[in-house]
Design a protein around this ligand. Sequence first.
Ligand code: HEC
Ligand code: HEC
Length: 94
Amino acid sequence: MSDLDVKKKWQPGKRDFIFLAVVASVILVLVLGTSDRTTKNVPSDTIHLQVTSRAECMACHAVDAIKPQPKGHTRADQCFQCHKQPQNWNQRPL
Ligand code: HEC
Ligand code: HEC
C-alpha cells in the first residue's frame, strides 16, 4: 500500500464557499424579482370609473394638468397594465 491510495477527507475550501455564495445570491435575486407590482392603483372614484381612453386620462395627467404624471414617467399607452384599474370600472356608479 502506497501513500497515494489513502483518500483525503473532504473539507470545504475557499472556492466552495464562493460557489455557495454565488448560488445563494442568484436565488435571492430570483425571489426578490417575483414581487407584485408596486404602482399606485387608479382610484375607484367617480372620475376614474368613467374614463375609457388615454386622451381622457391625459387631460388630467399631462405635465401641465391638474395631477401630472411624475417626471420621467413612461409614455406607454396601456395605463391599466401598470396601474390597477378601478373596481367596477366602466360601469355607471349608482
Ligand atoms: C377629470 C380628471 C381626471 C381624469 C380624466 C383621470 N384622472 Fe387620474 N387622477 C385625477 C386626480 C385629481 C387625482 C388625484 C386625486 C385622487 O387620488 O383621486 C388622480 C389620481 C390618479 C392616480 C394616482 C392615485 C394615487 O394613489 O396617487 C392614478 C394612477 C391615476 N389617477 C390614473 C388615471 C388613469 C389611468 C386615467 C384614465 C383611465 C385617469 N387617471 C383619468 C384626475 C383625473
Ligand atoms: C410601464 C408601466 C406604466 C404605465 C403603462 C403607466 N404608468 Fe403611470 N406610473 C408608473 C410608475 C412606475 C409610477 C410611479 C410609481 C407609483 O405610481 O407609485 C407611475 C405614476 C403615475 C402617476 C402618479 C401617481 C402618484 O400619485 O404619484 C400618475 C397620475 C400616472 N402614473 C398616470 C398614468 C397614466 C394616465 C397612464 C396611461 C396614459 C400611465 N400612468 C401608464 C408606471 C406606469
